[in-house]
Structure formats: structure tokens, C-alpha cells
Design a binder for this molecule. Sequence first.
Ligand SMILES: Nc1ncnc2c1ncn2[C@@H]1O[C@H](COP(=O)(O)OP(=O)(O)OP(=O)(O)O)[C@@H](O)[C@H]1O
Length: 560
Amino acid sequence: MREKSETTSRVLGVVLSGATTKQAIAQLTEHGEKIVNEGMLVGIQLWGSERLAIARVEKLRIESDIFKPGDAWSELRRESLDALTMLESVSSPYVTAVLNIIGLAGEPGLPPLPRPPKPGDKVVELPRDPSLLFGIDENRPGVIWYGDIYGYQGLPVPLDVENITMHVGVFGETGSGKSYGVGYLLELLSQIPLGNGKTAALPMIVIDANGDYLDYHHVFVTRGSLGALHKVIRFVTPRSRLRSTPFTREIKISLDFFTPREAAEIIMMYKTGGLDINEMQVSALDRVISELTEEGYTITELLTNEINLVYERLEELSRGRDAPIHHQTARAIRSALDKFYREVYKQHGILSTEPTFTGELIDDITRNPSMLIVDFSADGAPGVPLQVKQLIVAYIARLLYEKFTRYKVDGDERYLLLIIEEAQNYAPNLRNYPIGMSIARDYLALIATQGRKFGISLLLVSQRPAFVDPVVLSMTNTWIIHRVAPDDVHYIARAVGGLPEDLEKRLTSLPRGVAVIAGQMNMIGHPVLVRVGKRKVSHRMGMTRVVETLRRLYSGRNGD
Ligand SMILES: Nc1ncnc2c1ncn2[C@@H]1O[C@H](COP(=O)(O)OP(=O)(O)OP(=O)(O)O)[C@@H](O)[C@H]1O
């Protein structure tokens, strides 16, 4: 625990008259003028006592009595530079700060003030002691400490791991630092304090759109450990040249967790992109698959080695005038089956009667907490189209749902975090983002609405939250918001259930690596600005080396 002497902070300003319990205007001291920034938190020593209020600086204003518009010096300022210099020498500008009061320090949730600060109350730096400030002991089990509160190096935000089950959304435009920040959060979640100096990792599956998390795999492979994680395994598609590298497996899935009806939907949706799904075709294919599964075949067998059986049964059921399946419907189904078989099974090798991403794997990683990275980068999934990736995500979501329901029924409580980068590609909001229906959307919605009861948490990462399915998005309850596009601000503020106005205004101009953190996990109980902490594992993927590469490729060509 830090020394209490740190709490005697230096005075940053004094409260002026007219304060309410929600807002105060303070004049800054010379020291305050040097270090106070807009967006920063400060303390107000209330009523001349030891009680402390926490407030956020909404706005700074510089004032001067001699440089007021239309004052008696206006003409002089206009006519003479000498006079201007003279005025400058006698003017004494000062800075006022508008402070939005958050609540009383020292108690969880920061309760509201019973009465306003009085004129002359001191504005001070926050003590870097979480128990004095938030009433939360630094060593409390189940709390991870995230980054630094903006303006206070060494004063992190306490996050309650218990509330991760209510799902997390991380938003920010490209280059705002989302992936870096998520990596930092995953590092914290791979060492959750349990008390008595013990730590444990939360099992995690990362759907890694661009290989942003492969540094964790690399470090695990070279060092043999990463936090309290047991293993870090990378999954690549079967045609990836990386498939036989260490701690790397091919991802092969089956469709046996799905019902015949769901499998029929998936196949038809795969063909049409889901935009034009025909109920008659889905139920006819459901009938064909159901009949054959009742005869003892698995759905995966039917869509791989035994595809001819499906074709034959389809043909039988659509032959003749009174056939139960119209021949045109059969033709459309045949074409969808062909495409699914050719691309998913033959070309990309994803579908298999011997899947590698299995229920046993989930048993293993939840018993021995591990990180699985599904590498959808160009190296990990070469040439694999989005629809196949959506199918893989749908499968993983369905498998997790199935497994965790079973754990619950058996009284075998387990937890897992499913991280989805570029969430808009798997759970799209079709009104704003018409990429075609995602096969994964309904299964992710299932986890979003039901998962928390079973111990599955979602962490959705997106550049454009307005493009994410509103049902899925509305189920997130903790938000880490980096710099976002102006079009997204309103949408985010609504999804978050309202942000303080001054923070909302800041969202489009946050520097890289600074975010607003709000919602259930944030134990301060109020949205705060935070500087993301330093990762232990570097983030090579996000780096660019334009100048270095130009030098390597082209220097010397002009004879220099
Ligand atoms: N807090 C930080 N400290 C140090 N470097 C950072 C920080 N945040 C981001 N960076 C660096 O900035 C670059 C962009 O960050 P990052 O890749 O996380 O952005 P992003 O929002 O995920 O972008 P995209 O959506 O395009 O993937 C990377 O090189 C990353 O390492």
C-alpha cells in the first residue's frame, strides 16, 4: 500500500462563488496552471475539512481584466504597439476551470455531495491511493488495475472481473489504439489476483482478424510461458503454410452441433449471402438432411464424404409430378450444396468428420486456462472469404453455447472470454452495414443474450460500432471507447446509456492510447478518461516502417 503522506497534494486552485453540488468554477494557482488539463480529474477539499470530492475539468478559460473586448483600452491596443507592451506588463491573466463534480471520494460508487463546495475550498491533485479515493483496497481479489487515470501516472482504474460476464465493447477508429488496449487488457486478465499472492488466467478465444494478437503466441512459443496461461495455441486454416509451426493447429470444424434445420439455413445462407433466404428451400433441405441423419449419418458426413447421398435423396424427393420438393427448389438447393461442398470442404478444407476445434478442446482450455488465437490474417487464413470465417465463428459460438450449457447442467462452473475483432463482420447491423447476412450473427446474439448465465463473456472490438448488430451491442455493459468517427459519437452515447457531455465531446479527438472507460466493470462507478497501460508483450503488428523500408528499397538509386 502506498504511503499516506502522498495524500497531502499541492494546491491546484481555489473554488470561486456560485458552486453547486454538480459544478464549480475554480481559479487555478500558478502550479495548477502548469499541470491542469481539460479532461483531467482533480480533488476538491470540501468545506475546509479532510473530505474530498472528485471532479473532472471540463473547460479551462484564460481571463484578463485589461484585455476585455470593448473595454477602455480598446483604442490604445489598436493604435500603439508600445501601449500594448505596457498593457501586457500590467495585466495579470489568470485561468479558471469549470469542474464537473463526480462525487465524494472514499466510498465505492462515489456518492453525490450533500451540499456544494464553498468559495475558497482548495482544488488539489488526487492522492494516488485507491482506497482513499475509491474505497477499494489495492490488493482486493478479483480486481484488475487498468492503465492510468488521465493526468495521474500510477493511479489506475479498478476493474471488477466479476462483471466481465456482462460483456465488453471496445470501440475506436483505425489507429486509435484499440488492439493495443485489448492486448493490455488480456495481459491483465491472464493474471487476475485471487488473494494471498495467487493469480489465475481467464480462458480466452480470440478471433483475430488481422494477426494483432500473434505477438502473444510468439512470446509463448519462445519463452514457454505467458502470465498464468497454460498454453497459447494458434489456429490457422488447413491451407496455411504455417500449419506445422509450433503450438499451431489447423482449424477444422464439424456441423454436428447444429440441428438439420440450422445446417440447412447455413448452407442456403452461404449461397445467397443471406440476403434472399427462401423458406421453402430451407425446409426442403432440412427434410433431406433430417431423413438421412435419422438413418444414422452425421450432418458432417453428409456434407463431406457422403454428399452423393444428399444429392440422391434430393433427386428422389423432387422426381415426378407430385414430388414433395418442387424441381426448381431442388435445383436451387443443389446449387447451394455444390458451392458449400466445393468451397468449405474441398477448397479450404474447413469441414471435417475429424474436427480439431472440439468440445474436448474447450474442456481442456477451461480446465487449464489457455488462450486460443483463431488467426484470420492473410498468413493464417490465405484466400479464405469472409463467409467461411463467419461459418467458423458461428461454429465456435454454437460449440461454446453447447458446452457451457452442459457445464451448467452438470454443476461444473467454468468461464471463458470470447474476443471478436472486427465484430461488425460477424454480427453486422444490416441497416447500416449491408455486407450480407452473417451466418454467425444469430449464434453471437445467443451468447450475448444467454451467455452470461453460463459463464461465456463476449469482448467485441469494432472500428464502427454503428455497424454492429444492435441486439448484440445492447448486451454489452462495459465500454472502452477510443477516438471514434463523428458519425459514431451519438450512437455510442446511446449504447452506453449516456456519457457526460464533456466526455462525449472529447471522443472524436482523443489521442492514441487514451480512452473513456465506462460501465459495469469500472468500479469508480463513473466514466473516466484513462491512458492505456504499457503492454508487457510488444505489438509488432500495428507498427509501420515506411521510411526505413523506403531507405532499404530505394536509397542509392539516385547515386546518393
Ligand atoms: N497505448 C499505447 N502505447 C503505445 N503504443 C500504442 C498505444 N496504443 C496504440 N499504440 C500503437 O499505435 C499503433 C496503432 O494502434 P492499434 O493497432 O492498437 O490501433 P487500432 O485502433 O487497433 O487500429 P486498427 O483498427 O486499424 O487495427 C500501433 O503501432 C500500436 O502499437
